[in-house]
Design a protein around this ligand. Structure first.
Ligand code: ADQ
Length: 476
């Protein structure tokens, strides 16, 4: 499947780069944040495909252009009104909380739904224009769930895959959605629908049954053995756990390891470094992990002269209320903990609120003795996979929420329940203690985690999905 002629098209809400206009009018492109871009960029580069998406600023859509890695980017214009209704509204204040098991209450607003419908139609029209005859189109994520259905009407020749990057909730929760039939009908336009986990896929099949559709087979991983019958065809449904391009992460040169040693010295030599890396999102449980750390300092289970917490948080969805509140709670907690336990010139929590470049991020992963990944709910969580990929040296420990999709694969992690502060505290303390008391066991755990991700990297994910899609296309 080679896409030079637009025979392979990926469509996602956002392009892999964001357009930024400087005060002097200069236009620059910057990598856009998040896990979807991390996972899909290598696939598009390998396929030399076309990527249709929003360029990250409103009211502007530059002409299509090629990236230096040979991917054709095809920008779709969104107005301020679209951005508010489709993106901030329906996608991120209705669907995001609903699909993350109501960590905050979803808002159901008709104007947002109309905007979601309209923008999905616009994306579909763009794709219908650019896709070659009989092309394969791979639609990404919750912002574009109506696209498969619209696209099938506009271009019945296309083979259409859909992948959901976030969890799919139980039918009981999903059925709250006032436009539930329309969303399911939209998804049913696909030939194959992929989720991260078998449990997500089973939730979807149960929903289909409850909406009166006929379901066949049982769900499996990296294959299509279950389906839903609709309009005389069968939509394949399966689990495809996403991953990262491990070759970008694994190998550390001597010079890089020297940089890591320097960083360690800056933190005070034998200090234990605990790390968090997240988009600043209320689903990621950043505040809970800070509170757990604070309580451990308070009870003197941790000594502030021996541990440092580094929290790197990328700005995200900053105009949405819950994100603003989360940011201010996190920043208040950082200030409070440093005020209580830090020394002048030696904070106990280091916090940055910006994106860090990948090379730097790798060094922090390599440095960290314990990685804290504590989301309340997460489709997969690539940060956990990135961390263990950086530890072919067998060093370090991963504290991982049971509610991250990654927990299904990363079984040797120190699992915790992020809703229970005591559980986060226990997992962190036992990871730190085990690093001292049973280094050989911890080393074996880390090497097993590392091998799991390296052997199931993003190529395994995309190949499995695309070959399932190809099979479905042949059987049409
Ligand atoms: P996200 O919610 O964005 O992804 P995640 O999977 O952890 O979450 O991916 C985040 C990505 O952003 C990682 O590649 C990480 O390195 C990068 N990142 C985070 N903070 C950063 C920082 N400060 N600077 C630079 N880079 C940073 C969504 C779903 C996940 C799912 C992915 C992929 O919510 O559950 O795993 O899509 O499907």
């Amino acid at each position: 499947m080679s896409g030079h002629d637009n025979s392979f098209v990926v469509v996602a809400n956002r392009l892999p780069v964001d357009l930024e206009i400087q005060p002097d009018g200069t236009r620059t492109w910057k990598a856009s944040p998040g896990g979807l871009v991390t996972a899909l960029s290598p696939v598009l580069e390998a396929e030399q495909g076309c990527w249709v998406g929003w360029p990250g600023i409103t009211n502007d859509a530059p002409e299509p252009f090629h990236t230096e890695n040979g991917v054709l980017l095809h920008p779709v214009k969104l107005t301020d009104v679209d951005y508010e209704g489709f993106y901030e509204g329906f996608s991120n204040a209705t669907l995001w909380p609903l699909y993350h098991d109501l960590i905050v209450t979803p808002q159901y607003k008709r104007e947002w739904w109309y905007s979601y419908r309209e923008v999905n139609l616009r994306f579909a029209e763009e794709v219908a224009k650019v896709a070659a005859p009989n092309a394969t189109v791979w639609v990404q994520d919750y912002q574009l769930q109506l696209l498969p259905g619209i696209l099938r009407q506009l271009r019945p020749d296309l083979t259409i895959g859909f992948f959901l990057h976030i969890p799919f909730p139980s039918a009981d929760l999903f059925l709250q959605l006032p436009w539930r039939e329309e969303v399911v009908r939209g998804l049913m336009g696909a030939d194959v629908i992929g989720f991260h986990l078998e449990s997500n896929a089973r939730n979807f099949l149960e929903l289909a049954t409850r909406l009166g559709l006929e379901v066949t087979g049982e769900v499996s991983t990296r294959d299509i053995t279950a389906g839903i019958k609709v309009d005389g065809r069968t939509v394949g449904v399966g689990a495809f756990p996403i991953s990262i391009k491990s070759s970008d992460m694994t190998r550390f040169s001597k010079a890089e390891d020297r940089d890591v040693a320097k960083l360690r010295a800056e933190f005070g030599g034998h200090h234990r470094v605990i790390l968090g890396v997240d988009r600043l999102d209320y689903t990621k449980g950043i505040l809970q992990r800070l509170k757990a750390f604070e309580e451990l300092l308070e009870s003197q289970a941790l000594d502030p002269s021996e541990v440092t917490l580094v929290q790197i948080a990328t700005p995200s969805r900053e105009r949405i209320d819950h994100y603003r509140v989360t940011r201010s709670q996190v920043e208040e907690a950082v200030g409070r903990i440093n005020g209580r336990f830090g020394q002048i010139g030696r904070p106990v929590v280091h916090y940055v609120h910006r994106a860090v470049d990948k090379d730097m991020l790798r060094k922090y992963y390599r440095l960290a003795d314990v990685m804290l990944v504590t989301p309340f709910k997460d489709g997969m969580n690539l940060v956990a996979k990135e961390y263990v990929t950086c530890h072919d040296d067998g060093r370090g420990a991963l504290v991982l929420s049971e509610f991250a999709g990654a927990a299904a694969e990363l079984k040797q992690a120190n699992l915790c329940n992020p809703f229970d502060i005591e559980s986060i505290k226990r997992a962190l303390l036992s990871a730190l203690k085990a690093l001292d008391d049973s280094p050989d066991t911890m080393r074996q755990h880390m090497l097993d985690l590392h091998a799991q991700v390296v052997q199931h990297d993003v190529d395994v994910w995309s190949r499995a999905f695309l070959s399932a899609l190809e099979k479905a296309a042949k059987n049409k």
